[in-house]
Design a protein. Structure first.
Length: 714
């Protein structure tokens, strides 16, 4: 016998479902923690609606609302059997606890349409993150075509006000877009075959009065690296439903009798501590599920990446000289980017031929790897396994391995095609080539790139059926196979910058390249958006050149370093040609990173924007906080308003110390006694004062960073 109510609690949130035995479970509550033992109140359908010419029966929101039987909102399933069985409804519900009190599987049957749904929900006690996914099984004796299957349907309260999602493009990821919720449907879809730069699979919903640090907010993200869709829709009972799932190309959801379709996972959370509270929940959930080579506490090593120093012009003597220079400034991992493999002299050839170019590296990669190791650095390598150039040995030998539709032209992007890695022989080929490299050399890191969207993505050599979903599952399988064979190797997910950043790929990877744009000013914004869902230690962030190659803007080394160092720091410039003072300044920044990275990468992060062009982030906890305040625009105030730090303990006293003079790199800061003291050993201030009145902000030129430590002293 099913229980009447299902109640799941985490530390700060509660979920309540009502489970009649012959219907889909009804959403009764998802929100801030209710006290143990609090009994659910009356359901809306027990109250009397306004009389009107409506159905005699009002269908409330369930975990699986279905079309055609009295539900007029978006359905969690759109499917048919050649026109039949188009209207589904649950006729039986069985509840199976997988972890009593926190994880449950709802076995739902539609005895008429002959379908079974297994809806899994788990609420993590520590992080307050709810994970949800759905499996559909075809119990009928004819195939069923699924057009849409929501990974989950979540309720949002009727006072939900705005939805914050992320748009963008190459070099400009995580561009915040805020829309007001209304009775019009809010919907975002991505059909690019990868997570995408322009449509992040997730969003945050605010309620009135919520801020960066207070008020109720909800967030959800689809852990999936392919096509996706999300919808928020106003319902007649005054609340909203939020659906998320994979966008299926026509035919991808065809299920033979007995076959199943498993959706990706939704990770969702709510917080009464505003955007930063919500971010902390997502960070904790991701940290708990990542598998790090060397353990999660292993310090994130400083990278040097060769891309912007050399592009494709790799000359071993120069590369070795760059390695020397890198080691001399404190770099710990040297990464050979694009250009190293067979006939890869430009972006028109070579992808697919994963062995060293014999002109550039006549003795293979061995001498370079040994040189790098002899300097005390790890070696890392760039690959783009899912791609091939028409001008490659691989394509000449296997022209049928590219995703393509017979009779239609091949569409290239950056002169490349996509390899159908759902073909076992193509996946085996890639495994063998990469495995051989990893077995031959002590390579400790792969930068795994994916530089184009999928088009004409029909399974190669087949009859033209869509292969987007198969491609994502195959890449996960290939990554898992390589990780199992080489557990010591760390993998970065790059996709022309930030085109593949999601909790799905992060099951198999450890770092993401957030953008090809390493202009520090652009990065401040990118990193703000990124931080809503992802913790700083997985953020690849590099100190680039001035002027920046992607924007032409120049910033001081101090600003570039201060922006990059809060993530997983790297250097992406030709260190060989730095003058002595720049070299020693870079060395000093790298050494600061090494001193601070433990605190930067393992605590909570608070972010915000403040008056007068300031963007800030603070890492640590209320005992010890590292604060970075970026001045992104010139001041328009005579005095910049103080910055309130609400995360501090109002009862405590703090020693506040400025760690690096703003003027270190030529920027001007007006002298003032308070700031002189802040630099010369620090000033003691009360937590309540800092939280309510705020920390005075120095007057400084634009594109500078004010770095302060706040340490509890009593
Ligand atoms: C992509 C990556 C870059 C670099 C190039 C190499 O654009 O995002 O960082 O690796 O490919 O081709």
């Amino acid at each position: 016998m099913s229980p009447e109510f299902l109640i799941l609690h985490s530390q700060h949130s509660t979920l309540v479902l009502e489970c009649p035995p012959d219907e889909a479970p009804l959403w009764r509550y998802w929100g801030p923690r209710l006290p143990d033992g609090s009994t659910p109140g009356p359901a809306l359908r027990g109250t009397r609606p306004l009389p009107s010419f409506m159905l005699d029966f009002d269908q409330p929101l369930t975990v699986l609302p279905t079309f055609g039987v009295g539900w007029f909102g978006q359905s969690a399933l759109l499917a048919h059997r050649v026109g039949l069985d188009f209207a589904q409804a649950i006729t039986e519900c069985q509840v199976e606890w997988s972890v009593p009190g926190s994880a449950v599987v709802l076995h739902l049957l539609d005895a008429v349409a002959q379908l079974r749904f297994d809806v899994s929900l788990a609420l993590d006690v520590a992080s307050d993150v709810l994970t949800m996914h759905t499996r559909l099984t075809n119990l009928g004796d004819a195939s069923i075509d699924v057009q849409w299957l929501a990974a989950g349907t979540l309720p949002l309260p009727g006072d939900a006000a705005t939805v914050r999602s992320y748009a963008g493009q190459h070099n400009h990821e995580f561009l915040l877009q805020t829309d007001t919720l209304s009775r019009s449907q809010w919907r975002r879809e991505n059909r690019r075959g990868r997570t995408s730069h322009d449509c992040f699979p997730g969003a945050v919903v605010t309620t009135p009065g919520s801020t960066a640090d207070s008020g109720l907010v909800f967030g959800a993200h689809l852990a999936w690296s392919g096509n996706h869709q999300q919808t928020i829709e106003w319902l007649h009972d005054g609340q909203y439903q939020w659906q998320m799932g994979e966008w299926l190309a026509p035919g991808e959801g065809r299920l033979a009798p007995g076959a199943s379709l498993q959706t990706p996972e939704i990770v969702a959370s709510c917080s009464t501590q505003g955007l930063n509270g919500l971010a902390a929940n997502f960070h904790a959930a991701l940290r708990a599920r990542m598998a790090w080579p060397g353990g999660s506490m292993r310090p994130r090593p400083v990278h040097l990446n060769t891309w912007e120093a050399f592009y494709f012009d790799l000359v071993p003597a120069d590369v070795m000289a760059l390695a020397d220079a890198a080691a001399s400034v404190g770099v710990e991992r040297f990464v050979l980017d694009d250009g190293w493999f067979h006939r890869r002299h430009h972006d028109r050839a070579g992808l697919g031929d994963w062995w060293p170019d014999s002109d550039k590296f006549p003795q293979g990669l061995g001498p370079l790897v040994q040189h790098v190791n002899s300097l005390g650095m790890e070696f890392g390598l760039w690959v783009e396994p899912e791609m091939l150039n028409p001008d490659s040995d691989l394509h000449r030998q296997h022209p049928d391995w590219a995703l393509q539709i017979a009779g239609r032209p091949l569409i290239t992007a950056r002169n490349q095609l996509v390899l159908d890695i759902s073909r076992p022989e193509a996946a085996d080929y890639l495994f063998e080539k990469i495995d051989a490299l990893l077995a031959a050399h002590p390579i400790r890191y792969l930068k795994w790139d994916l530089n184009r969207d999928l088009t004409t993505a029909a399974l190669a050599g087949g009859l033209g059926s869509a292969g987007y979903r198969a491609q994502v599952l195959a890449i996960y399988a290939l990554l898992a196979r390589l990780r199992a064979a080489h557990p010591e190797v760390e993998i970065e997910s790059c996709s022309g910058g930030g085109g593949r950043i999601d909790f799905g790929v992060l099951r198999h990877t450890h770092r993401v390249w957030a953008s090809d744009c390493i202009d520090a000013l652009s990065r401040v914004q990118i990193q703000q958006g990124f931080g809503q869902f992802f913790p700083p230690e997985i953020l690849g962030s590099h100190i680039g050149t001035a002027p920046a190659h992607t924007t032409g803007r120049s910033q001081s080394l101090a600003f570039r370093a201060a922006v990059a160092m809060t993530g997983h720091l790297g250097v992406e410039l030709d260190v060989r040609h730095l003058d002595e003072s720049t070299r020693s300044a870079l060395t000093a920044w790298i050494s600061r990173y090494k001193n601070w990275r433990n605190q930067l990468h393992h605590g909570r992060v608070w972010r915000g924007e403040a008056a007068d062009g300031l963007v800030w982030q603070a890492h640590g906890d209320s005992d010890d906080l590292l604060l970075f305040v970026y001045r992104c625009q010139p001041t328009s105030h005579r005095y910049t308003p103080p910055l309130r730090l609400p995360m501090l303990d109002p009862q405590a006293r703090y020693q506040v110390e400025q760690l690096v003079p703003i003027a270190a790199d030529g920027a001007v800061q007006s002298p003032a006694p308070f700031f002189d003291q802040l630099q010369a050993g620090g000033v003691e201030l009360h937590g309540a004062w800092l939280a309510q009145a705020g920390l005075p902000m120095p007057r400084a030129t634009a594109e500078t960073c004010f770095i302060v430590r706040l340490l509890r002293v009593g």
